[in-house]
Design a protein around this ligand. Structure first.
Ligand code: HEC
Length: 134
């Protein structure tokens, strides 16, 4: 019994005997397929051109973080955590999408989801607060 079931599983599935879509609708379909492909290619090119990534830890960004008493090392840690842990479920939000005042609350809301420790959460908040000022 087992052997038979196994050999049956390995056999390729027979090709569908269903008739292919009628010739009249085929031209229509390939027209749409072409439109979808060209739209996807365009979107891909546009999104690549627009993707700048979150800002690097620059002297200006370090200056922004001075009132929070955050140093360059912690900002770099925050940026690294942000780019690696905040796109597991959605695309990386733009750092300027929210204000320095909004980020702490948002990151708190996300930190359970992203399994962040308190230190990791603080580093991400510090980076986002400094980066969102620009
Ligand atoms: C486990 C999945 C998961 C992870 C990891 C995660 N998020 Fe989210 N995030 C969501 C979901 C789901 C939503 C949409 C529902 C909501 O807003 O609660 C969301 C929404 C958001 C929003 C939208 C709020 C808005 O209106 O702009 C922001 C900003 C955000 N996340 C930031 C982050 C940041 C920063 C991190 C990293 C610390 C992160 N997320 C990590 C699941 C996640």
């Amino acid at each position: 019994m087992r052997v038979r079931a196994c050999s049956r599983a390995r056999r390729p599935r027979p090709l569908s005997t269903k008739p292919v879509a009628g010739a009249t609708t085929f031209a229509h379909r390939s027209h749409w397929a072409r439109r979808v492909i060209s739209a996807s290619v365009t979107l891909f090119i546009v999104s690549c051109a627009n993707f700048a990534g979150p800002p690097e830890v620059s002297p200006a960004l370090i200056a922004n973080a001075r009132p929070d008493h955050v140093n360059a090392k912690e900002l770099a840690t925050g940026r690294h955590l942000f780019v690696s842990r905040c796109l597991e479920c959605h695309t990386l939000p733009s750092v300027t999408k929210h204000s320095p005042g909004e980020w702490p609350h948002l990151v708190s809301r996300m930190s359970n989801r992203a399994n962040l420790s308190a230190d990791e959460r603080n580093a991400i908040v510090a980076y986002l607060r400094a980066a969102s000022i620009n």
